[in-house]
Design a binder for this molecule. Structure first.
Ligand code: ATP
Ligand code: TZP
Ligand code: MG
Ligand code: MG
Length: 269
């Protein structure tokens, strides 16, 4: 498979078109802090969102959803049960699913759950460097939901985690890194304002699930999701006065970002 940065930039532009043409329905089992910004980010991009996160509904819905997000940010006992039910159904139905191991390593209940979920083969694992190190068994987690490790220091753990899951692993930070255990791509777009609003990482996980729904090459769709999202963040930051207006501008930028802008600004290597 050709995985040069230029080819991945082409695939990013076509995947963005596909997302907008097909409006993938993303089932989100996510934390109570970011529910609204996650749904709005998906809608702004051109996808569709449904927060179906209770047992008895999460499983059946995962068979009809285009993609599934499992985010461990505020994992109530009901959500934990719903996650396992949804993942089992998604695996059976072939629905791609993204695991965001928020604060794993730092907190015991979600760390145990993440271990079980990783064994079920997530299509994509997306986290900050400390979370990826912890999920891979190579670190003790970050400072609550925030990273205390650098992205590059998590690359060996990300590679071995991808080999273990058979999927893709994305480490977020100033430069995002994506690997399938073999290939590695870095995306240098983004803006520090993404770290000054809550949900900057969580909404990206949902966007990855939307992109995973439109093409079977999940390495390429994960790169595409990050590139679109982080280029949008640069457009938003150029218009924002601070974190508050950045949040609003980010939604407008997710709606406005187009192939020409991505080709002009995308920094893949
Ligand atoms: P944390 O809880 O540590 O903030 P997270 O799960 O929110 O982690 P981030 O590392 O904040 O994830 O990544 C979310 C998005 O923000 C990614 O698209 C990433 O590219 C971008 N980002 C994070 N830090 C920076 C930065 N310093 N400069 C530019 N973009 C950044
Ligand atoms: N507390 C539990 S989950 C959560 C907080 C603040 C949201 C984390 O969002 P992100 O996108 O990882 O910064
Ligand atoms: Mg963040
Ligand atoms: Mg996070």
């Amino acid at each position: 498979m050709t995985r040069t940065p230029d080819h991945l930039l082409d695939l990013t532009c076509s995947a963005l078109e596909e997302v907008r043409a097909r409006t993938p329905l993303v089932q989100c089992i996510t934390n109570s802090v970011v529910v609204n910004v996650t749904a709005n980010s998906l809608l702004a991009l051109g996808a569709s969102a449904a927060m179906v996160d209770i047992p008895g509904e999460a499983g059946p819905f995962a068979t009809v959803a285009s993609g599934l997000l499992v985010n461990l940010g505020t994992p109530t006992s009901e959500q934990r049960e719903a996650m396992l039910e949804a993942v089992a159904a998604a695996s059976e139905a072939g629905t791609p699913w993204v695991l965001d191991p928020v604060a794993v390593g730092a907190l015991p209940v979600r760390t145990a759950l993440a271990g079980r979920l990783v064994d079920l083969g997530p299509t994509v694992v997306r986290g900050n460097a400390s979370e990826i190190l912890a999920v891979a068994g190579a670190g003790a987690g970050g400072r609550g939901v925030d990273a205390s490790d650098g992205v590059e220091s998590a690359l060996p753990a990300a590679r071995s985690l991808a080999e273990r899951t058979g999927g893709v692993v994305a480490v977020s930070g100033p430069v995002d890194v994506v690997t399938d255990g073999r290939d590695v791509i870095r995306i240098a777009n983004g803006h520090p304002l993404l770290t000054r609003i809550t949900g900057g990482g969580c909404a990206l996980g949902a966007v990855m699930a939307a992109f995973a729904a439109v093409d079977d090459d999940r390495f390429a769709t994960t790169v595409a999701a990050i590139t679109v999202y982080t280029v949008a963040a640069e457009l938003a930051a150029a218009r924002a006065a601070g974190p508050g207006s950045f949040g609003v501008e980010m939604l407008d930028a997710l709606a406005a970002v187009d192939a020409d802008t991505i080709r002009r600004l995308g920094m893949l290597s």
